[in-house]
Design a protein around this ligand. Structure first.
Ligand SMILES: NC(=O)c1ccc[n+]([C@@H]2O[C@H](COP(=O)([O-])OP(=O)(O)OC[C@H]3O[C@@H](n4cnc5c(N)ncnc54)[C@H](O)[C@@H]3O)[C@@H](O)[C@H]2O)c1
Ligand SMILES: [Zn+2]
Length: 366
């Protein structure tokens, strides 16, 4: 069921609304007025406080008295020591249960800030204002929060719905190209699993042109909201979004090992989508032309990733550690066409290896 976007740009993501488009920050200002918190705190990282905060304060006058809390940019901030600093900071500033946290940033800031809001004094309200493509179309929507412990990503976390999410795409102006494409990989996934028109529009769009990107980011945010509304606590349908992620997570973890050049999540998912589209074809679910189109498209966007022939077993081992996979076998979300997906398709380790071999052939140097 497709989400109806109301005239003011609001869509329902189940546990919270997502306000998208030109009115997003105006709506944030109004909402803060209604909520009337005892105090507002703005959490950001060094980049978002520099690039996005001035525009936020200009467009949301009710935040002008808010205190800002800055964390270093990067995944390392999703950690217990950083949480501890923020909890203590909030205590020093006498933040009480009717205080509110506004999380201004990418997935790191919204995951971390959501977790802080869920836990400080047994829970305070938070609002997400995503500033990366990844944040706008994925991380900020759906109420999943988390931090990393002992090198394991998202090991500790809870579901904590924000009061609302406000997607103001012009924040992307200052985002680097690599980070932009990182999030576009998730948008491509949204099209591939749910919306063929969206996929083809993304394939044809000049991605460096923010004006062209705005409606596409908004469409992807709406698609993510749809899936979350159908399945707020990941009981089933949300598994559709795992397309590209089963092998992608293995590739991502592998890229962090032994001095390899670490891939961003979306870059690893792009490799995963090429492998998993091929598996979809191999399982007679997807036609050959669609598979070729997807592979060609993703290879034209992302640099090839080199996997040594003898190391597939390591990627498969890392896939087994992923919380989504049971010990014995892999269950994939595979494409049944461009724009449709089938979940829980069983795949063996030998088939994963064939898919990796296929990718290796595609990117081999002449
Ligand atoms: N909760 C979920 O459902 C969910 C979903 C997907 C990803 N995530 C999490 O999201 C995180 C990744 O998010 P991300 O890719 O947004 O990374 P990120 O938050 O680290 O942002 C990437 C980089 O861009 C910078 N940046 C952010 N906005 C900017 C802007 N407008 N201009 C200039 N620089 C800007 C940041 O400072 C950072 O250096 C991971 O920790 C991942 O686990 C969570
Ligand atoms: Zn992802």
């Amino acid at each position: 069921m497709t989400n109806m976007r109301q005239e003011d740009g609001t869509i329902d993501a189940g546990g919270h609304p997502v306000v998208i488009g030109a009115g997003a920050l105006g709506a944030l200002n109004k909402r803060i007025g209604h909520l009337d918190p005892s105090a507002c705190f703005i959490l950001g990282d060094e980049n978002t406080l520099h690039h996005c905060l001035p525009e936020l304060l200009a467009m949301v006058p009710r935040l002008r008295d808010a205190e800002t809390i800055g964390v270093p940019a990067g995944e390392a901030s999703k950690s217990l020591p950083v949480c501890s600093d923020i909890w203590q900071h909030l205590t020093t500033r006498a933040a009480d249960r009717s205080s509110m946290l506004v999380c201004l940033g990418g997935g790191v800031v919204t995951d971390l800030g959501g977790f802080i809001a869920a836990t400080y004094k047994r829970g305070i309200r938070c609002i997400h204002v995503p500033t990366t493509v990844m944040g706008m179309v994925d991380a900020a929507i759906g109420g999943k929060t988390g931090i990393d412990v002992g090198g394991v990503k998202n090991m500790v976390g809870v579901f904590h719905d924000p009061v609302s999410v406000h997607v103001h795409v012009p924040f992307l102006r200052s985002l680097g190209k690599r980070e932009l494409l990182n999030g576009v990989a998730e948008m491509i996934k949204h099209g591939l699993v749910r919306d063929a028109d969206h996929y083809h529009a993304l394939r044809e769009a000049p991605l460096h042109d923010l004006d062209a990107l705005i409606p596409l980011v908004e469409r992807s945010a709406a698609l993510k909201a749809d899936v979350v509304r159908e399945d707020p606590r990941e009981a089933g349908p949300r598994k559709q979004l795992n397309f590209g992620h089963t092998i992608g997570h293995g590739i991502e973890a592998y890229s962090w090992e032994g001095g390899r050049s670490a891939l961003l999540h979306g870059e690893a998912v792009a490799v995963g989508m090429i492998c998993e589209a091929w598996l979809s074809w191999r399982k007679d679910l997807l036609d050959r032309e669609s598979n070729d189109l997807i592979a060609q498209h993703l290879l034209s966007m992302f640099k090839p990733f080199r996997i040594q022939g003898g190391e597939d077993h390591r990627i498969i081992e890392l896939m087994r550690n992923d919380k989504k996979n049971n010990a014995g076998q892999f269950r994939f979300a595979l494409l049944t066409g461009i724009g449709s997906v089938k979940v829980d398709v069983p795949i063996t380790a030998a088939q994963v290896q064939e898919a990796l071999e296929h990718y290796r052939l595609l990117v081999r140097e002449p």
